[in-house]
Design a protein around this ligand. Structure first.
Ligand code: SAM
Length: 291
């Protein structure tokens, strides 16, 4: 069965009485080169455990199962479960779980899989993400500090641009700092909207997020670091002294002292700061705690 053929997708829809749920971000891939590039780019090996988010009718699941030791696919739409039963029936190394990934305890799932199936390789996450929850999914994967070595995910091109952006560019923002704090980011492939059924309104891109062994900056208090990033970008047109004092509800004098001690000019804007500079500001605030 050629799962990439629009004809097959239409036949499956008819057989199972399935209709695309727009609210679940259901845009299915019709170009085999994209899953191939994702599997190759993420470096999946024969001992690896792959966790897939949102298998749809299973194109990426099947491609991953060809390369991995084991694949666990998490799909929220129960109407797709019998379809996946048919499309993936020739694979004995795939398990499909019907669940909302945002409500799934992934640390527990991974731990159970490693124990029960004697996984000796890496744990990797892949997915053509449902676009309505791309950022919450990525942040959950990172903040849960899962024992994974890479996350290879497709998303709207515009979100990929923001995640990849560096200081000084318009696209640079809180999501760039947050993801780059945890990961090295690279683009695997750009994907035009025409290769999906149904076709979404925007183009997509696949990013490879390789988890760093050590975060991009050392911070004394991560919560404060992220609060500074949020405050800085919350009012990105304002100077740092105004943005940090306004959003953080801090006296301007204290913010001025902190910036001076961190060696950062008070009239700079958040979009010019590197991750290390945000870390310096956060650490200065932490060391003045209670002051
Ligand atoms: N992987 C398939 C492909 O590339 O053709 C489908 C990708 S489609 C963009 C996103 C998939 O994620 C859909 O199958 C959708 O039902 C599923 N999905 C949406 N929200 C989800 C959630 N909260 N948890 C798990 N899966 C979800």
């Amino acid at each position: 069965m050629n799962l990439y053929s629009p004809k097959t997708i239409r036949q499956l829809k008819e057989k199972y009485g399935f209709r695309f749920a727009k609210g679940l971000g259901q845009n299915f891939l019709t170009d085999p080169s994209v899953p191939e590039a994702m599997v190759e780019g993420s470096g999946i090996g024969p001992e690896d455990l792959v966790i897939e988010i949102g298998p749809g009718i299973g194109v990426l699941t099947a491609a991953a199962a060809e390369a991995a030791g084991r694949v666990v696919a998490i799909e929220v739409d129960e109407r797709l479960i019998p379809i996946l039963g048919e499309t993936l029936r020739e694979y004995d190394n795939i398990e499909v779980i019907c669940a909302d990934v945002l409500k799934t305890d992934l640390a527990q799932l991974i731990g159970d899989q490693i124990r029960q199936h004697g996984i000796t390789g890496q744990v990797r996450i892949i997915g053509n993400l449902p676009y309505y929850i791309t950022t919450p999914i990525i942040m959950k994967l990172l903040e849960d500090e899962l024992p994974v070595s890479s996350i290879t995910v497709m998303m709207q091109k515009e979100v990929a641009d923001r995640i990849e952006a560096g200081p000084g560019s318009k696209a640079y923002g809180a999501i760039s700092v947050a993801v780059q704090y945890y990961c090295r980011v690279s683009r695997i492939v750009s994907v035009p909207k025409e290769v999906f059924l149904p076709s979404p309104k925007v183009d997509s891109a696949v990013l490879l997020l390789e988890l760093r062994e050590q975060k991009a900056a050392e911070v004394k208090d991560e919560a404060r670091f992220f609060a500074c990033v949020k405050a800085g970008f919350g009012q990105r047109r304002k100077t740092l002294v105004n943005a940090l004092s306004g959003a953080g509800n801090l006296p301007k004098d204290l913010v001025r002292q902190v910036l001076e001690a961190a060696g950062i000019e008070e009239n700079r804007r958040a979009e010019t700061l590197s991750i290390e500079e945000f870390a310096k500001i956060a650490d200065q605030l932490t060391s003045r705690e209670g002051a």
